[in-house]
Structure formats: structure tokens, C-alpha cells
Design a protein around this ligand. Structure first.
Ligand code: 5GP
Ligand code: ZN
Length: 111
């Protein structure tokens, strides 16, 4: 999607602090971290919100969660644990309308 911030980050058109990339997914540090480690994982495919996902997106969403696990465990090495968040639409705190998974870790997180 041409005017989407995260599509542009995934394409390298807007710089980011990248931590992982493969053919279908991209991960980078959040610009306003809410924890010592705060990484966003996105599919390169534009899907605005989890609420817009259909059955056809099931494989993509499964792969997304597999990448989240891989990045948290193997790349970021958050051995003590981490939190995974998907904000959905405005009421859920979503600000950027390209689906993304927050990985938060690096300290014991309050509830
Ligand atoms: P949301 O509230 O939509 O779930 O999360 C969007 C996240 O994207 C926020 O935590 C915000 O700090 C982050 N963010 C917004 N713009 C940029 C940017 O240009 N670069 C990076 N790295 N993160 C961004
Ligand atoms: Zn997008």
C-alpha cells in the first residue's frame, strides 16, 4: 500500500533499526520503546488490522506468530520471557494500520 508507513519501512523506503528480515516478514525496534526491548514484527503483505483478517490469511497469521517466536527466542534472546501484543483498531490502541505484533521484554513486566 503506497501511503502506509510500515509498508515503506518493510520496503526500506523509510529507515528503521532492523532486527530481522526474510521474504515475507520484517522486524524492527519501536521508535518509542515501552520496555528495554520493544520490537515490532510485520508481514510485508499489507493487512490493516487483525480484525480485517479472513480465513485466507490464516497461513500468514500462523507464519507471523512463528516468526515472533523465532525473533524473540533466537534473535533477541529474551530467555526470561516476553510479552506479545496486537492492538486492534482505535479502541485497542492501534495507531498504525498495518498489522504488527509488539514484542516487549528485557525486564519483568507489570500486568
Ligand atoms: P500501535 O499503537 O499501532 O499498536 O503501535 C504502533 C507503534 O509504532 C508505536 O509503538 C509507535 O511507537 C511505533 N512507530 C510509529 N511510527 C514509527 C516509526 O516511524 N518507526 C518506528 N520504528 N516505530 C514507529
Ligand atoms: Zn502497509
Amino acid at each position: 500500500m503506497s501511503d502506509c508507513l510500515f509498508c515503506k519501512i518493510a520496503a526500506g523506503e523509510i529507515p528503521s533499526n532492523k532486527v530481522y528480515e526474510d521474504d515475507d516478514f520484517f522486524a524492527f525496534h519501536d521508535i518509542h520503546p515501552k520496555a528495554p526491548t520493544h520490537v515490532l514484527v510485520i508481514p510485508k503483505f499489507h493487512l490493516a488490522t487483525l480484525a480485517d483478517a479472513t480465513k485466507e490469511d490464516s497461513a500468514l497469521l500462523g507464519q507471523l506468530m512463528d516468526r515472533v517466536r523465532h525473533i524473540a527466542d533466537e534473535v533477541l534472546k529474551l530467555d526470561a520471557g516476553y510479552r506479545v501484543i496486537i492492538n486492534v483498531r482505535e479502541g485497542g490502541g492501534q495507531v498504525v494500520f498495518h498489522i504488527h505484533v509488539h514484542i516487549l521484554g528485557g525486564k519483568r513486566l507489570p500486568f
